[in-house]
Design a protein around this ligand. Sequence first.
Ligand SMILES: Cc1ncc(C[n+]2csc(CCOP(=O)(O)OP(=O)(O)O)c2C)c(N)n1
Ligand SMILES: [Mg+2]
Length: 545
Amino acid sequence: VSETTTIGQYLIDRLLALGARHVFGVPGDFVLAYYKHLTDSELRVVNMADEQGAGFAADAYARVNGIGAVCITYGVGSLKVINTTAQAHAEKSPVVVICGGPGVRERTRERKLHHKVGTFDSQLKIFKEITVASAILDDAETAQAEIDRVLFACLRERLPVYLELPRDMVNATFTVRPVHAPKETSDPETLREALEEIARMVAGAKKPVILAGEELHRFEVHDLLPGLLERSGIPCASTTLSKSVIDEAHPLYLGVYEGALGNDAVRHYVETSDCVLVLGANLSDVTLGIDTAQLETARMVHATSDHLNVRRARYERIVFKELILALEPALGTRPRPTIPNPHRPEPWIANADAQITVARLFQCLNWHLTPDTVVITDVGDCFFAATDLFVEHSGFVACAYYLSLGFSVPGSLGLMMARPHLRPLVITGDGAFQMTGMELTSILRTGDRLAPIVVILDNEGYGTERPMIDGEFNDIHPWRYAEIPAVLGAGKGWVVRTEADLDRALAGAEANLDSYSIIDVKIARGDISAGLERLTSHLGKRARG
Ligand SMILES: Cc1ncc(C[n+]2csc(CCOP(=O)(O)OP(=O)(O)O)c2C)c(N)n1
Ligand SMILES: [Mg+2]
């Protein structure tokens, strides 16, 4: 039997079929009819205060759920998710951007229309640069093929996509054809040869090591990692972007590798290895410790969804997931080496009157992590300090490569929608919080009694930039963050100056299961984490030219 549907409904059905349960957004007249449609569907619409917040929430959601969606209006809305879509692209997050647009009948001639800039193609062109596939759904005849093409590309590449829905096409009908998910397979001979070459290289190595990247997580093969390590006897390190790809308590886990910016023992192990298997890690200047990493191509296998290189040889037509699935049986076994494991958190005992410092704050937070915590950090010293947290069981989410301030508070809402049983520990700087922290209002608006704990490192401004080049431009207006609950009419707040204050605040926050908690931690100017200390001495040299 042939079934008739509408473009709007088909898109909803496909999103549900591919695993989306929520859509984040802000309505506007070009998308209002579709917004109503979405609200009446099985998808839950999560309204945000600002489109950038919606984009960040969809990104965080997509990272843990496997697909996410953001729905906004033309121009004023969509152009505000450029930054978040660029982040999703940079860090491989499968976000579907759905933008309501002018109707096809409104597009018969170029004219000035509210929210429109340039031509009717301008937005599509802008999004083309930062998405893997895109379409304007202006024809009912081709709509199904276009939606399928775009959504499959999103999942195949784990990259964002853009769909523009002209408002008069929402209810345009067509007859649904069966959906065929394209099956991507490697060239079997090439895969076999590549695996043999990798196995030879590993067998001949004295001290192989795996650098486990974020794509293991994105392509849902991270669960294979413990088995791979245990059988092969090869230890692994993660990158700043992939932290928590493996339980950090695993005996074959070394820690986060980030060149000279990270832990010395991890650096030494990785850089003295004669065979580094880089699996699913995109190597950026950040991942490579601001280019301080010493990894030579001649002793490296580098596999990502984009390419496979064994030393200098490149193998084409290898599907990343297939390679990872085939790796464990292909590699031999060897006795487990003795390796330096990351330090477990030391028990926290407060020195009651001592002024709180960044180092002690993170020691305390580390002690408070539970299997139900998911850590989400913003950019700034919170990120550099959080890299050193010992994350057992729990997840760790950060925009560790694109580094856009303002991700954490809206991102935490995405995480809570995707994983309602987890409680986010949101760690942010005061500058980042002033950008998007007001999305706390969206967390309340859900009516779900969500209870993230937001910790603000309140150091009177842009602490990360001060050691590089300082000036008034790094100062911000001081807020009374702990009083935000009074303004929003819900939530609980604490100000922390001493270690005893921190104990009280965390005890109170942990007991507050009905609403968000906000902890304003007063950090002395110039008190920075060891990680940031190392970073700024490198960056400062570069920034000063
Ligand atoms: C959206 C965005 N704008 C600007 C920057 C540049 N930047 C990097 S760190 C930083 C300071 C952040 O201040 P804060 O959130 O208070 O954290 P702190 O550095 O004090 O730890 C700035 C402005 C950025 N990364 N992202
Ligand atoms: Mg700050």
